[in-house]
Design a protein around this ligand. Structure first.
Ligand code: GNR
Ligand code: NI
Length: 172
């Protein structure tokens, strides 16, 4: 296993729509393992393949706390087939937008169909932070970031800050 570099905004790969995975083969499982290691090292509770530069529909999630046994969840081609009318608000962050946090309102519960790391069709119903995390990760697969759900003023402010930082780091 190896850790991968996490892309930061304004990297345009984070704005692309990721392609469906047609076959859950060894290369996909290797990517999932590397994503999991990268997510644990960051640390984060979720990671989508586009965040490590792979524009395919793969996600890793683990909400277990540090003192709990690891509980990795691998979602291939996840799709939300139902979401509740009820909403809930969490303060979200993103490994691609370090040190920025903002409240986001989303459906409180979702039903998700996906393939697991063996390619088997599965479904789950999520609520609480898991429901929010799954929606945050599926957004990544569609080129959508959590800042796309906040006010334009706040979004443009954080985007510009990262554009400036990227230019500085490029030596401009
Ligand atoms: O580590 C993460 N924490 C988090 C907190 C609230 C809502 C969503 C998340 S996901 C984020 C990791 C990440 O950027 N996943 O794409
Ligand atoms: Ni994110």
């Amino acid at each position: 296993m190896s850790t991968l570099d996490i892309l930061l905004i304004p990297d345009q790969r984070l704005k692309q729509v990721a392609a469906p995975i047609t076959s859950v083969d060894t290369s996909v499982r290797k990517l999932l393992d590397d994503m999991l290691e990268t997510m644990y090292a960051a640390p984060g509770i979720g990671l989508a393949a586009p965040q490590v530069g792979s524009l395919i529909r793969a996600v890793t999630i683990d909400l277990a706390r540090e003192n709990e046994p690891k509980a990795p969840l691998f979602l291939i081609n996840p799709r939300i087939v139902w979401s509740s009318e009820e909403r809930s608000t969490y303060q979200e962050g993103c490994l691609s937008i370090p040190d920025y946090y903002e409240d986001v309102e989303r459906p409180a519960r979702v039903r998700v169909e996906y393939q697991d790391r063996t390619g088997e069709e599965q479904e789950l119903v999520a609520e609480g932070l898991l429901a929010t995390c799954i929606q945050h990760e599926i957004d990544h697969l569609n080129g959508i970031l959590f800042i796309d759900h906040i006010s334009r003023l706040k979004r443009e402010r954080v985007w510009k800050k990262f554009v400036k930082r990227a230019k500085f780091e490029a030596g401009e």
